[in-house]
Design a protein around this ligand. Structure first.
Ligand code: ZN
Length: 155
């Protein structure tokens, strides 16, 4: 298990657009493993590669149904609307109200560079949108309605 340092809000790396992954090298595989370890250790629902300082289009998500790895993800379709509290591992202890689509269909490549489609509603739709935003250099704080507030840390 290898943990990487999570970059915090304000770090310039979080404002950069990430590059596509062209092939799965041992280095990319290790990055993905480390991202999963780092996400679970921080008890996050999702993590994007730029959050560990790597400008590659890779995200990991787990909303409680097992790990999802998305390489070069792209949203194909989105509809509906949900408004709710959203947080980010790059801004721990904080959250803000963000409106997102309630349903998304996305495509991505898996660890074997096989293309797959994924459909998500509610939290999964929110997580997919949030993580793909990171790949474009965006944080949820740019879309917050109202103030960013403190959330209670879980013991
Ligand atoms: Zn985030």
């Amino acid at each position: 298990m290898a943990l990487r340092t999570i970059r915090m809000h304000g770090d310039p790396v979080l404002g950069k657009v990430c590059r596509e992954v062209m092939e799965i090298t041992p280095k990319v595989k290790m990055l993905i493993e480390d991202m999963l370890d780092t996400m679970y250790e921080a008890q996050g629902v999702g993590l994007a590669a730029p959050q560990v300082g790597i400008l590659k289009r890779i995200v990991t998500i787990d909303i409680g149904d097992g790990p999802i790895v998305m390489i070069n993800p792209m949203i194909l379709k989105s509809d509906g609307e949900q408004t709710g509290g959203e947080g980010c591992l790059s801004l721990p202890g904080k959250a803000g109200k963000v409106t997102r689509p309630n349903h998304v269909v996305a495509k991505a490549y898996d660890i074997n560079m096989e293309e797959f489609e994924i459909e998500g509603t509610e939290l999964l739709a929110r997580a997919i949108c949030h993580e793909i935003d990171h790949l474009e250099g965006h944080m949820y704080t740019e879309f917050v309605e109202g103030d960013i507030y403190d959330v209670e840390e879980e013991e």
